[in-house]
Design a protein around this ligand. Structure first.
Ligand code: SAM
Length: 357
């Protein structure tokens, strides 16, 4: 055994373990408003911060010390802790493009079903979406809000001029796997001529989407329906979108077929999905390990819980069972299946995902 390599690996596991502990503290800071209060009101002692937020000083003192130890906060000679201005975009500026609070909430929510996931490793099956902790859905929504509010109209649509032209002209749009509906709200706000329907198989998020559309003042042009889109869409559309959905679907090819069948002639399909490598061996580094963790806690495992999972054809089964961020086990599934399922009438945008070196 190479002793140096072993020692280096022990160090790596220590760092990963510390990171897990740090993220538990960071998620508490997000939930309790500690980061946002430090960002808004500046440096504070534990007494000042706890009284501003109505929290226990003893807990806040421990949290501040822990966040300082992790390098998230600074500490001065007056015993005041501060959130450096450079750290605010990641921890306090919601829904900014660097904000991580939603991801932390989603992760902590998903871990609540740890026992069931472990049991599924032994006994098969999975964890149904209805059984997930509500923080999974809220965290996901807060995470993807940064795409829909900061990137969809501003950065992604300019990359797809034909789709954008249709939207501008007043397209009938469907967002499949709409979650809490943020994408369509962003489109409806920016393009007054569009009318839209969001579909999602999970009823509670559809309810949230309806409320959000009303609050955003666009409910007259937006509706949301509970629907398993694999079974087909009830009408046809000029533009259909999926944002972070296809890799979650129990039957991805079936979902793509439904989209194909519901596209009007010359309709456009806009798909955002995870830009993992075709080969599992290439999926290394922090984003890959993060996404595999989410897959085990959510993406793959919710699919495995479905009673009809056995209906999937072997090709899909292979991809799901080896998966999943979700499909590195079967090369190029999305790239291959999209043109196949869509007969070339749609096309796929794969958002670049940056893996820090
Ligand atoms: C990761 S979430 C993304 C939600 C949303 N697109 C967003 O950007 O926030 C994936 C969503 O796809 C939905 N979904 C998965 N399979 C579906 C299906 N067959 N039909 C409809 N919705 C589906 C899930 O319920 C979940 O809300």
């Amino acid at each position: 055994m190479d002793e140096d390599r072993a020692a280096a690996f022990t160090g790596k596991v220590l760092a990963d373990t510390a990171a897990a502990s740090t993220i538990v503290m960071a998620a508490l800071g997000d939930r309790l408003g500690l980061f946002k209060e430090l960002a808004a009101s500046g440096p504070a002692t534990s007494g000042e911060l706890s009284s501003r937020l109505g929290l226990s000083e003893r807990y806040v003192r421990e949290w501040l010390a822990g966040m300082f130890a992790a390098g998230y906060l600074t500490y001065d000679s007056q015993q005041r802790y501060a959130l450096p201005v450079e750290h605010a975009p990641t921890l306090a500026s919601e829904p900014g493009p660097a904000f991580f609070g939603g991801v932390h909430q989603e992760l902590i929510g998903a871990i609540q079903r740890y026992d069931q996931v472990a049991a599924a490793f032994r006994d098969g099956g999975g964890v149904s979406p209805a059984e997930l902790h509500p923080d999974v859905w809220t965290g996901t929504s807060r995470f993807t809000a940064q795409w829909h509010q900061n990137m969809l109209v501003q950065q992604w649509l300019p990359l797809v001029p034909e789709t954008t032209a249709k939207i501008r002209a007043g397209a009938r749009i469907a967002d499949v796997g709409c979650g809490t509906g943020q994408a369509l709200i962003a489109l409806a706000r920016s393009f007054p001529e569009v009318t839209c329907v969001g579909y999602d198989v999970h009823a509670p998020v559809v309810e949230q989407a309806r409320r959000a559309a009303t609050e955003a003042g666009v409910a007259d042009r937006l509706s949301y329906q509970v629907l398993d889109a694999t079974a087909g869409l009830p009408e046809s559309f000029d533009v259909i979108t999926t944002f972070d959905v296809v890799h979650d679907a129990i039957d991805p090819l079936g979902l793509l077929r439904s989209i194909r069948e519901a596209l009007r002639p010359d309709g456009r399909y806009l798909c955002l999905d995870i830009n993992c490598s075709d080969r599992a061996a290439d999926n290394v580094g922090p984003i890959a390990s993060l996404l595999y963790g989410f897959s085990i806690l959510y993406c793959m495992t919710t699919s495995q819980a479905r009673p009809d999972s056995a209906r999937c054809d072997e090709w899909t089964w292979t991809t799901r069972s080896t998966t999943s961020m979700n499909w590195p086990g079967d090369p190029g599934v999305l790239r291959r299946s999209a043109p196949e399922a869509l007969h070339g009438s749609g096309w796929v945008l794969r958002a670049p995902s940056h893996v820090p070196s």
